[in-house]
Design a protein around this ligand. Structure first.
Ligand SMILES: *Cc1c(COP(=O)(O)O)cnc(C)c1O
Length: 427
């Protein structure tokens, strides 16, 4: 393709290019297995000498088409769908870290990721150091050790809405010879493409805006193909030395820019099996086809709601939305996401925790649900819901105030959303 297609076109068209007589719409390959004529043909697939489908745990055409669409949107070389965002973040790290290794991570991340990294992965012998996303390059560097293998952050953190200085994080990661992995769930590639700012791997919970309708849990890992694993071969033996479970194949030698994602698929997905079902991938693709229409609407509505909340200081103690001038992250958001960040707002009410809970109960169509970033507006109180296993101290470290209400602004009428908020504030 001579000219790079724009994101709007990629949302609709990328990943599935049917030829003569094939379905116009991406089909659901609801099949665990794929047929070959000879034993020799199948053997070449198992040796990774030829690419082709043989078992859906490893690869499935529906999933691959959707992963290719997301990779195209992010500007990466390849992607891999996973069963959830949690699986995506686990695979992204575990693909290059093993027992005895360590990675550095922004403390402003999703609560589920915080537990995965801080508790569960520690049990596997992989250690993590959390650092503030606002840390200076010197402070970030100080967290690195000889066995550090990655740096991780969220473009816009859920639910604290802190904006990652991607260029700063990429500089520090690269100075230490490790990749920067960015969870880009909230902005989506419509608003931010972290690879353009130096990130090496991007992850997504596709459960959120990408699906957009709250119908299927899923995740994705995308490889930029830019990180030079061979230049730091000593740190990444899994990629740069022979894999005994694949007849001594070396991923960097056999697959070049596709080494990281091929290893994730051929080794981790083979062994751990957190695939996305083809049915869910099909639903995700329907969501992706309108991502470029929905995301700007989420942002426009959220901007209006944030401005409304900020204009009611007698009720509202504070509002955190990086689209508001004066927000701590306004300048960073303008730099990395000039067309808008996401539809999620965090705020606290005068009267603290108790008032917040009363307010949420009084809302009519803005529902209390453990979800975020779909078409329907919803609220959540992290301290009593998603983050309830965390102490107040841990909450504050993760940028989550105990009175924080997370409001995910949907794509309904902004007037109606504001009316619902107003009546709940008055009640
Ligand atoms: C929701 C979320 C996850 C986890 O994704 P699941 O699909 O729920 O497993 C990871 N990162 C971010 C930023 C999220 O919002």
């Amino acid at each position: 393709m001579a000219k790079q297609l724009k994101p709007e076109t990629l949302c609709v068209q990328a990943g599935w290019t049917p030829t003569k007589g094939e379905p116009r719409v991406l089909p659901i390959y609801q099949s665990t297995t794929f047929k070959y004529d000879t034993s020799e043909q199948m053997a070449r697939l198992f040796d990774l000498e030829e690419s082709g489908y043989f078992y859906t745990r490893l690869q499935n055409p529906t999933n691959d088409a959707v992963a290719a669409k997301i990779a195209a949107l992010e500007g990466g070389v390849a992607g891999m769908l996973t069963s959830s965002g949690q699986a995506a973040n686990f695979y992204a790290i575990f693909n290059i870290c093993q027992a005895g290794d360590h990675f550095v991570c922004s403390s402003a991340i999703y609560g589920g990721t915080f537990n995965l990294f801080g508790v569960t992965m520690k049990k596997l012998g992989i250690d993590v150091t959390f650092v503030s996303p606002d840390a200076s390059e010197e402070e970030l560097s100080a967290a690195f050790r000889p066995e550090t293998k990655a740096l991780f952050g969220e473009t816009v953190s859920n639910p604290s809405l802190e904006v990652l200085d991607i260029e700063k994080f990429a500089r520090v990661a690269h100075a230490h010879g490790v990749p920067l992995i960015v969870d880009n769930t909230f902005p989506t590639p419509i608003n931010c493409r972290p690879f353009e700012w130096g990130a090496d791997i991007v992850t997504h919970s596709t459960t959120k805006y990408m699906d957009g309708h709250a119908v299927s849990v899923g995740g994705c890992v995308v490889d930029s193909g830019n990180f030079d694993w061979e230049a730091h071969a000593g740190k990444f033996p899994g990629l740069c030395t022979p894999d005994e479970s694949y007849h001594g194949l070396t991923y960097t030698k056999a697959f070049g820019k596709m080494a990281y994602i091929t290893k994730a698929t051929a080794q981790l997905m083979r062994d751990l099996g957190s695939i996305q079902s083809p049915m869910n991938a099909f639903l995700l693709n329907l969501g992706l086809e309108t991502l470029h229409l929905r995301v700007p609407r989420h942002c426009a509505n959220a901007q209006r709601v944030a401005e409304y909340l900020a204009a009611h200081p007698s009720e509202v103690a504070w509002v955190n939305y990086c689209g508001l001038p004066g927000n701590k992250y306004y300048d960073l958001a303008q730099k990395y996401m000039p067309h808008g960040s996401c539809g999620v707002i965090a705020f606290g009410l005068k009267g603290g925790r108790e008032r917040s809970i009363k307010f949420m109960d009084a809302l009519k169509f803005v529902a209390i649900v453990t979800h975020v970033a779909d078409a329907r507006s919803c609220v959540l109180h992290p301290a009593s819901h998603t983050h309830r296993q965390m102490t107040d101290e841990q909450l504050l470290e993760a940028g989550v105030r105990p009175d924080l209400i997370r409001l995910s602004v949907g794509i309904e009428s902004a007037d109606d959303i504001i009316d619902d908020i107003e009546q709940a504030l008055e009640s």
